[in-house]
Design a protein around this ligand. Structure first.
Ligand SMILES: [Zn+2]
Length: 177
C-alpha cells in the first residue's frame, strides 16, 4: 500500500516551516533580532537547522517555541497530521497513513488542537460596540434584598449607567412610536 508518509520528506517540511515562520529571514524567537547565525543541525533530525542569536546570545532552531518543538516524531508526520485531520480522517486512518500507533496519533492530534487554540488571538473590542439585546431590571418589587445599597465603590456609577440606559431606551421608544 502506498502511504502519503512515503511521498514527502523532512527536508522539504523544514524548508516550508522556515518559509512560513520567517518569510523575511530568520529571526530570534526570544528577542526578535535578525542578527543570527547558523549553528549546526539537530543531532537526530538532520534537516532541523540550529541558530545562535548574536543579540541575546541564545540558541534556537527551526521549531523552537512552536507546537512542533519537543516532539520525537519526524516533522513530516506533524505536517501531514493536520492535513489529514482537515480531511476528517479518524485517528485510526491517520495512524495508517502516517505509520503511527493510535496512542501517538491521539497525542499528536490533541497537541495540535490545543496549539491552534493557544495561537488564536483573544477577542478585543474597540470603538463603538453594538450588542443585540440589553436587559435592564426596572424594579425589585417583592425583593427588598436586591435593592439594598451595595458596598462596592462602583455601585453608584452602575446605577447611574443603568438609569441613563433606561432613559435612552424610553426616548428611543418614544421616537419609534
Ligand atoms: Zn535573540
Amino acid at each position: 500500500m502506498l502511504r502519503i508518509d512515503d511521498l514527502i520528506n523532512d527536508a522539504k517540511c523544514y524548508e516550508s516551516v522556515r518559509q512560513l515562520r520567517w518569510p523575511h529571514g530568520v529571526k530570534c524567537p526570544w528577542c526578535k533580532s535578525d542578527n543570527v547565525r547558523k549553528r549546526g543541525v539537530h543531532q537526530r533530525q538532520r534537516d532541523r537547522q540550529r541558530y545562535r542569536c548574536n543579540t541575546c546570545h541564545t540558541n534556537f532552531d527551526d521549531v523552537t517555541n512552536t507546537v512542533l518543538a519537543h516532539h520525537h516524531q519526524p516533522l513530516r508526520k506533524w505536517v501531514l497530521c493536520p492535513y489529514l485531520m482537515g480531511l476528517h480522517l479518524s485517528n485510526e486512518q491517520i495512524g495508517q497513513e502516517l505509520d503511527l500507533n493510535k496512542d501517538d496519533v491521539h497525542q499528536m492530534t490533541s497537541q495540535l488542537r490545543s496549539g491552534v487554540v493557544d495561537l488564536k488571538p483573544a477577542t478585543e473590542l474597540e470603538g463603538t460596540v453594538a450588542c443585540d439585546e440589553v436587559y435592564i431590571v426596572a424594579g425589585h418589587q417583592g425583593h427588598p434584598e436586591a435593592v439594598k445599597k451595595k458596598d462596592e465603590p462602583d455601585a453608584d456609577v452602575d446605577e447611574r449607567e443603568i438609569a441613563a440606559a433606561a432613559r435612552l431606551r424610553k426616548k428611543n421608544l418614544r421616537f419609534s412610536e
